[in-house]
Design a binder for this molecule. Structure first.
Ligand code: FAD
Length: 328
């Protein structure tokens, strides 16, 4: 059954989706934000005590100041900030409602959710990439003890924890677990901790490895996960190590199946970059726009809040008739 008609439906109530809804509202659009989880669901899923890398002014949307107690905001401060902004703007939010399909054409779209069908003229996809973890495709990779969303270390005290990966999330999780009494090992594909790990975290982790507090297996891969052990392939041969928990900090990927279903097309590159006009953010499906981290495809560090939030203004500028169109 078709219900109300909107000028724009924004899919995803992450920081960038909220920014888009604000800017579209400001050009006079009747907007609906549809979010399959809670408000800023991805931030809810971050580690409990997570601190942002960015200073607060770089995470601001809608021109609202983000005042924090410390130099860098913490997860709960950011959740609080984005909620206050969304409520202050009185954004219509359809939470716990997943978009599944998009029918029709520009100016006459039907957005199909798991609850209803919504009519609108334009659609903005700000769906991020945090829902689909890169799984360990090894025997035992689906066991319950394999964790893709690290929250906090307390349950791992006194236990054997294997951290897979060597980027920021892996580095932070390894240090966090070590400092809360876990026995930590790391399996790293490359020969060193990732160069992209923040400058204040990398030396800390490297020193812990050098002093032997964390055992890192470099140029190694997980081969098999058993209930009480993990088999690792190392340059010196196979190793079986005792294990209770595997923190698979192997990153995430956009939901390509959903994007394809909604009519997004992709470049023929290694990152499967979605095709969109860099000035207007419009995809090859007229009236369908992309915003935020989803724009990078598998290159998930290309866009983040700091730079992705500006997609909102680009879309609003175009839809209010002030932009020329040029495709990538
Ligand atoms: C540990 C960590 C630290 C970070 N620190 C920083 C930092 O310091 N600075 C910075 O700029 N960035 C940082 N980032 C990255 C930043 O959090 C992301 O860039 C940001 O969340 C992206 O916002 P977004 O709105 O594009 O996507 P998301 O926040 O991922 O929002 C997408 C939303 O879409 C919803 N959704 C998905 N599919 C559907 C569907 N079918 N129907 C309805 N809703 C759907 C999801 O539930 C989600 O709420 C960090 C990320 C992590 C993991």
């Amino acid at each position: 059954m078709t219900q109300s008609t909107y000028d724009s439906v924004v899919v995803g109530a992450g920081p960038v989706g909220i920014a888009c809804a604000i800017e579209l509202k400001r050009i006079g659009h009747r907007v609906l934000v549809v979010e399959k989880g809670g408000l800023v669901q991805s931030l809810i899923g971050y580690p409990t005590n997570m601190e942002f890398f960015s200073t607060p002014e770089l995470l601001e949307i809608g021109g609202y100041p983000f005042a924090t107690r410390n130099y860098k905001p913490r997860r709960e401060e950011a959740i609080d900030y984005y909620r206050r902004v969304a409520f202050r703007e009185e954004l219509p939010l359809a939470l716990q409602e997943a978009v599944q399909d998009l029918q029709g054409t520009k100016n006459a779209f039907s957005v199909v959710t798991d609850k209803r069908t919504v009519s609108c003229r334009h659609v903005v996809l700000a769906v991020g990439f945090f829902d689909v973890p890169n799984r360990l495709n090894v025997p035992g990779g689906e066991r319950e003890k394999v964790v893709h969303y690290y929250k906090e270390p307390y349950a791992y005290t006194g236990r054997d924890v294997l951290v897979v990966g060597a980027k920021n999330s892996a580095a932070k999780a390894a240090l966090d677990c070590l400092r809360n009494g876990a026995r930590v090992s790391m399996v790293v594909r490359g020969s060193d901790i990732g160069e992209s790990v923040k400058y204040w975290i990398r030396p800390d982790l490297k020193n812990r490895i050098e002093e032997g507090a964390i055992h890192a297996w470099f140029e190694s891969e997980v081969e098999c996960i058993e209930p009480d052990s993990v088999t690792i392939r190392t340059p010196e041969g196979r190793r079986d190590i005792p294990n209770h928990v595997v923190l698979a900090m192997t990153g995430y990927r956009p939901d390509f199946e959903l994007l394809e279903c909604l009519g997004v097309t992709f470049m023929d590159d290694a990152a499967r970059t979605p095709i969109y006009n860099v000035e207007t953010m419009e995809t090859e499906r007229s009236g369908l726009f992309l915003a935020g981290t989803v724009c990078g495809g598998l290159n998930t560090s290309r866009w983040f809040i700091e730079n992705g939030r500006f997609h909102a203004q680009a879309i609003a500028r175009f839809l209010s008739g002030h932009s020329s169109a040029e495709s990538i």
